[in-house]
Design a protein around this ligand. Structure first.
Ligand SMILES: [Zn+2]
Length: 288
């Protein structure tokens, strides 16, 4: 779908409300409290309310989604979903605020919430099958010394591979200080990555963390280089605070592309099924 097609299709608040209804209740209304399938629609507000005909519980279209409690119009949220779904580039808060006409702060918060949902989804999936893991770095790939540079962020990139050695599903995770000595990624970091991100029964796992090993998985290193390039060009230099969320976002888009799944559809569905994201939840993500 092109931007023009998107704007044509989701041209009103009602069109977005209809789409959200479909994502939220694909099999028709279901009461969040009692599970009853019939509701009366109350249209006195910007978005309709649905009142269960059995227990009279009222739910709005956005309750139980990341848009819950937001004063930003649905159409603007949908535009954000579209922009962040663009395979090659995603978006940043400056661009989003300009395109959808909200303040920078609002745009930034919308993106933070979407990234939170993406990171949570990433945490629920595990690598399996043929798994390859390689040490890499964001920030200063050409530091030739043994010492860690403050702008350098060591990470592990792991992937489920197909028989031809092509990645099917990728994860990139920063290696925290406790798991490294200067630039060296410790064995405990590999162990931690395997425990957290790889299906426990997976037999075929190989990891390489040495920077000079001839066994390095070049295919994975190219992916981490592409991620660094995207982060640099989109966010123009960032601190380590949000880096993990950007890496997760990069992997999310890439993995769906590899699996030939339409990203916008997948993301809107994910956001329609995710709980309201609170400020304290966001604080939890950034320190991870
Ligand atoms: Zn009910």
């Amino acid at each position: 779908m092109t931007w023009e097609e998107f704007c044509q299709y989701f041209n009103t608040e009602e069109a977005c409300a209809d789409a959200l209804y479909q994502f939220k209740w694909p099999n028709g209304f279901s009461c969040a409290r009692c599970g009853h399938h019939l509701a009366s629609t109350i249209v006195t507000r910007r978005l309709p309310l649905y009142e269960c005909r059995h227990c009279y519980y009222q739910s709005s279209l956005t309750s139980g989604t990341i848009m819950e409690g937001s004063r930003t119009h649905l159409r603007k949220w949908f535009m954000a979903f579209f922009l962040i779904s663009r395979t090659e580039c995603g978006t940043n808060a400056v661009e989003l605020s300009r395109v959808i006409g909200v303040t920078y702060k609002t745009a930034w918060l919308i993106l933070r919430k979407i990234r939170h949902v993406i990171s949570e989804a990433d945490g629920r999936s595990l690598l399996s099958g043929i798994v390859r893991v390689n040490g890499s770095v964001y920030g200063r790939p050409h530091n030739p010394s043994w010492y860690h540079h403050p702008q350098e962020h060591p990470l592990l990139i792991g992937a489920s591979m197909d028989e031809q050695g092509e990645p099917i599903c990728i994860k990139m995770k920063l290696v925290s200080e406790e798991y490294r000595r200067e630039r060296l990624i410790l064995r405990s970091a590999e162990q931690n990555f395997i425990e957290q991100h790889i299906e426990p029964r997976t037999k075929d796992v190989q990891t390489v963390t040495s920077r000079w090993s001839h066994k390095r998985f070049q295919r994975l290193l190219r992916v981490s280089a592409a991620a660094s390039k995207w982060i640099n060009s989109t966010f123009h230099g960032i601190g380590s605070k949000h880096l993990q969320a950007y890496l997760d976002e990069f992997c999310y888009r890439l993995n769906l592309s590899l699996q030939r799944t339409p990203i916008f559809h997948h993301l809107t569905h994910l956001c329609a099924k995710s709980e309201k994201v609170t400020y304290s939840m966001l604080k939890g993500t950034v320190t991870r």
